[in-house]
Design a protein around this ligand. Structure first.
Ligand SMILES: [Mg+2]
Ligand SMILES: [Zn+2]
Length: 209
């Protein structure tokens, strides 16, 4: 069975923006191309799992989302990276588009998109990782049985429930990918940068060990 990197989109693969709705709203996070290529070359699946409640809210259409994802694939192709799959949850209970304004099983922190991808693509969840910038990503990954990394953009406080604790905390997406590569022995320890700041998170994680 294959292993996967499950990747959140907004804030993780691309810079955080408020409801990106056009291709030009997507700007890749720095330094991630070569690392993603290394994982793919080692046989890992690259699977995007993204909440897109802007669909339910009527901020943009399915076609606009497709165009954004074409753009995302194009930007990654420049780095020789081919995404294996993109799963998007279009739902939100407060939406205005009736068939999308429902409770669903795919919106993170629920694990539905990861479970569906595992089923579709023969992915071993217990040997896979979820990378995201909020604790809902972490919870989705944990509930799916994956290991998890929080990319600490400064928005998330220390969690109140065990299922929201990440295995690792990173200061950027590239740092998250390097830490996973180190844990999986795809990179030597020298490849990890020396920590240059102690955040709320790193001290909380250290205190918990
Ligand atoms: Mg995000
Ligand atoms: Zn959904």
């Amino acid at each position: 069975m294959k292993r996967a990197l499950f990747l959140d989109r907004d804030g993780t693969l691309v810079e955080p923006r408020h409801y990106p709705s056009t291709p030009s709203d997507l700007v890749l996070q720095p330094g991630i191309g070569p690392l993603l290529r290394m994982f793919a070359a080692a046989g890992w699946e690259l699977v995007v799992v993204t909440n897109q409640s802007g669909l339910a809210r009527g901020y943009f259409t399915e076609e606009a989302l497709e165009r954004m994802h074409d753009r995302l694939r194009e930007m990654l192709r420049v780095w020789g990276v081919e995404l294996h799959a993109i799963y998007a949850c279009p739902h939100h209970i407060e939406g205005i588009v009736p068939h999308l304004a429902v409770h669903c099983r795919c919106r993170k922190p629920q694990p539905g998109m990861l479970l569906e991808a595992a089923e579709d693509r023969g992915i071993d969840l217990s040997r896979s990782w979820m990378v995201g910038d909020i604790l809902d990503d972490v919870e989705a990954g944990n509930r799916a049985g994956c290991r998890t990394v929080l990319v600490d953009l400064g928005t998330e406080g220390v969690p109140d429930r065990p299922e929201r604790w990440p295995r690792l905390v990173a200061r950027s997406t590239a740092d998250a990918l390097r830490q996973i590569a180190f844990a999986e022995e795809l990179l030597p320890p020298q490849a990890l940068p020396v920590p240059s700041r102690t955040s709320l998170w790193s001290s909380a994680v250290a205190a918990r060990r």
